[in-house]
Design a protein around this ligand. Structure first.
Ligand code: GLC
Length: 430
């Protein structure tokens, strides 16, 4: 399959669920806790011995994701701490050896697949548990400043064999995997941990031979911060915690597939003290913004140590879901419209319809610049009711614009009221 074919499903899906789950849900101070607090392997082991998420029910997560209009999910098979949520033959540091005694990835994959949600796996390139992963002097290893780790003989090729071997396991033992999300490349004074350091070319060859249709993010390449990234080692770029102002393009201005990943509060892994949750409206508008720029949005939840998605996060997803149930048609399978961003909101475009997402109606009619005489019908997406398209008496003579006259009073949906526009015959969408 060529890249565009592989990406059709992914780009149609538009909206996904990111799941960061692991031992770090027990200290509950985010997934970087081991590095931030320079916790030794021995101390960190206590979480391994305690790990028992007895409320882990991925079937419920999958139902929630579906209710929210999400079409794919990505879950941490291994995060930076090296702990594996799957039954790898290559390590003992895995969920099947904890009190949980379960292959959590298998349960996740089966649950999401059963709900018809595409399944992705996150795999950390970093590994703070593996003895051959750079520790002393590394930028973020928990033991980066520990003299005792200086000069310890290491063989990075052992780590590469381990990492490639685990990817092989994940892509062999769990049926069809739709997406693989690697995280992340970096440079520091000691190492250049990017691209071929990961054996990326060889790894991708193996991945494609095992799962020809799989979609890959770009983070083996180390271009995360660039405005004009190149897709050397993957199919899409992954801007983190921001929405690119003009979408993503290469140096020649051609669009590049992208997915923005964002947290619902300020952490990926569970952080008990972090109550700084976004509003459902912000997520809805962020999703619309991504689609209006040909991008995807994946929003993250960090389940707690029992395996429960925190209620404030679940509540946001349900509210976004209520909007998606009525308005999902303007998101799934949609893309950027060839119209400039209007003052009142944004446009998205489906196969033969245009969607006006009205965030801020302002005073008076909503103006559709340059669309006079081109609109056959305008209806609210939430209830199908007609919206009148006519020039009001008080508008200056202007032959080019069309005017939507919305009912007075509060907007049907304060987050985003969507009007479906069908164009006159012969007026093709660009
Ligand atoms: C960052 C963090 C990591 C998180 C990821 C998600 O790279 O290191 O904890 O998993 O972002 O995008």
């Amino acid at each position: 399959m060529t890249a565009p074919d592989r990406l059709t499903g992914f780009s149609n899906d538009r909206f996904g669920l990111f799941l960061h789950f692991g031992l770090y849900s027990i200290p509950a101070r985010g997934e970087w806790v081991q590095s931030n607090e320079r916790i030794t392997a021995e101390e960190y082991r206590r979480y391994f011995e305690q790990f028992n998420p007895r409320e882990y029910r991925p079937r419920e997560w999958a139902k929630l994701a579906k209710e929210c209009g999400m079409r794919y999910a990505v879950m941490t098979a291994k995060h930076h701490d090296g702990f594996c949520l799957f039954d790898s033959e290559l390590t003992d540091f895995k969920s099947t050896n904890t009190p949980a005694g379960r292959d959590l990835i298998r349960e996740y994959v089966e649950a999401f697949r059963a709900e018809g949600i595409r399944v992705g796996l996150y795999y950390s390139l970093l590994d703070w548990h593996h003895p051959d992963y750079p520790a002393y002097g590394d930028k973020q290893h928990p033991m980066r400043d520990e003299e005792a780790y200086r000069g310890i003989p290491q063989d990075f090729s052992n780590y590469l064999r381990y990492f490639h071997g685990q990817v092989r396991e994940l892509l062999t033992n769990y049926g069809k995997i739709d997406l693989m999300w690697f995280d992340f490349s970096y440079q520091d004074s000691v190492n250049d941990m990017t691209g071929e350091k990961w054996g990326a070319t060889e790894l991708i060859r193996m991945i494609r031979s095992l799962q020809p249709d799989i979609v890959l993010n770009d983070r083996m390449g180390g271009h995360t911060g660039s405005i004009h990234p190149t897709l050397q080692y993957g199919d899409f770029v992954s801007p983190e915690q921001y929405l690119p102002p003009k979408g993503m393009t290469d140096e020649n201005g051609s669009p590049i597939p992208w997915e923005a990943c964002v947290t619902l509060n300020d952490h990926w892994g569970y952080c008990a003290a972090d109550r700084n949750y976004k509003q459902p409206k912000e997520i809805i508008r962020a999703l619309v913004e991504c689609v209006s720029k040909n991008g995807n949005l994946i929003v993250n939840v960090g389940p707690d140590a029992l395996g429960v998605i925190p209620e404030p996060a679940a509540d946001i997803l349900r509210r976004v879901g209520a909007w998606m149930r009525k308005n999902g048609e303007s998101i799934t399978g949609c893309r950027a419209a060839e119209y400039e961003k209007p003052e009142w909101g944004r446009f998205t475009q489906g196969r033969d319809r245009l969607y006006a997402h009205i965030f801020d109606r302002g005073i008076g009619p909503v103006i559709l610049p340059g669309m006079a005489g081109r609109i056959r019908s305008a209806r609210l997406l939430c209830d199908g009711s007609e919206v009148s398209v006519a020039r009001p008496w008080n508008q200056p003579d202007n032959d080019s614009d069309a005017f939507l006259n919305l009912p007075s009073g509060p907007m049907p949906d304060e987050s985003d009221t969507v009007v479906v526009l069908e164009l006159e015959k012969g007026e093709s969408l660009l």
